[in-house]
Design a protein around this ligand. Structure first.
Ligand code: DAH
Length: 356
């Protein structure tokens, strides 16, 4: 019995986990375990022997049972200790800061412009930045020999050697989206098309990539008066103050008649204030869509007519938020972005207010 005791006390001390403890319990004190087998032998003994061996066996059984449960507790304690050690966390450390990004003023202004025109029933349309010669020029009544082509400092893509088709261009304005939208949805139509445009030009007021928003409204009874109302409504909402406009006769191949539009402003120690004073600042080109352009877009000019306009978004952003140098928009300077950027939750809506 001493051998049995030593054997199990030793095995229990060495058990590595709860499963091993359970195996030992079955082997030692289970129904068919070694102690039970010994108990059965009691029947063959004399009453005197039984009186000595019975209590001894019971005592051994108790001893093994309590060794098992003590070991089980100590294994559980060790596991807990190990978890506490590895999952330790110093709650007194200072928090780790997270850098927050900001919304670029161009993105913000694009959202503002879209919100204002959406309120007047204009949908947002988009087109490709790499355009065919047809959509960027011919369809807009700018034929190959037209001086407007040369004036636009166009970026051309390469064609493979021997491929004589006209090369694709980086669109020089958002006007080609007029044609694509007319083709896609026909008349009536009321859209704006914001997006990137490209011209080979670089100085304080020009960057080779910049942003425009095109407007197009076509129906059976649209006139220049609607154009003027829409633009004044837009500028007043955008600048948050009543803004007068001045229309000057001009020329664009894709509109007839055409007008350049100025907004009322005042110069004050080198910076400009919109909506006061009696100076004028040119901000956009516009006009009644040329019949040839309607035809190119698949719309019958004898039935439909409409207006179009194109505004520089970067220019609008500079005017509204007092940003002096256009080139800084595209320098990706984090200090500039933190200063002029917008919080990501400042979503412009008409009812929420457009300015910060
Ligand atoms: N596409 C012209 C430009 O980039 C701007 C413009 C002028 C657009 C008159 C128009 C328009 O839709 O009617 O300079």
């Amino acid at each position: 019995m001493d051998d049995l005791r030593d054997k199990y006390i030793g095995l229990i001390a060495d058990a590595a986990d709860e499963a091993a403890i359970e195996d030992l319990r079955v082997q030692a004190v289970g129904k068919k375990g070694e102690i039970a087998l010994k108990m059965r032998e009691l029947g063959k003994m004399t009453p005197e022997e039984r009186q000595v061996m019975g209590p001894k066996l019971n005592a051994l059984k108790d001893e093994i049972n309590s060794a098992l449960s003590a070991k089980k507790t100590s294994l559980a304690d060790a596991a807990l200790e190990e978890r506490l050690r590895t999952e330790w966390l110093d709650v007194t450390l200072p928090g780790r800061g997270r850098r927050q990004g900001s919304i670029h003023p161009i993105s913000q202004v694009t959202e503002e412009v879209s919100a204002i025109f959406a309120d007047m029933g204009f949908a947002v349309a988009e087109g490709p930045q790499i355009e065919t010669d047809w959509y960027n020029f011919d369809a807009l009544n700018i034929p190959g020999h037209h001086p407007a082509r040369a004036e636009m400092d166009t970026f051309y893509t390469h064609r493979a050697e021997g491929d004589n088709r006209p090369p694709h261009v980086l669109r020089t304005h958002t006007s080609p989206v007029q044609i694509r939208s007319m083709e896609k949805q026909g008349a009536p139509i009321r859209i704006i098309c914001p997006g990137r445009v490209y011209r080979a030009d670089y100085d304080q007021t020009h960057t080779p990539m910049f942003h425009q928003v095109e407007g197009l409204a076509i129906d059976k009874d649209i006139s220049m008066a609607n154009l003027k109302w829409v633009l004044e409504e837009f500028f007043t909402a955008f600048f948050g103050t009543e803004v007068k406009t001045r229309f000057r006769a001009s020329h664009f191949p894709f509109t007839e008649p055409s007008a350049e539009v100025d907004i009322q402003c005042k110069w004050e120690n080198g910076s400009v204030k919109v909506g006061e004073g009696d100076d004028w600042l040119e901000v956009l080109g516009s006009g009644m869509v040329h019949p040839k352009v309607l035809k190119a877009g698949g719309i019958d000019p004898d039935v439909y007519q409409g207006f179009a306009f194109g505004i520089g978004i970067d220019r609008l952003a500079m005017l509204k938020y007092g940003i002096p140098d256009l080139r800084a928009f595209f320098d990706a300077d984090l200090r500039w972005l933190r200063h002029y950027g917008f919080a990501s939750l400042d979503q412009p809506t008409l009812h929420g207010g457009l300015t910060r």
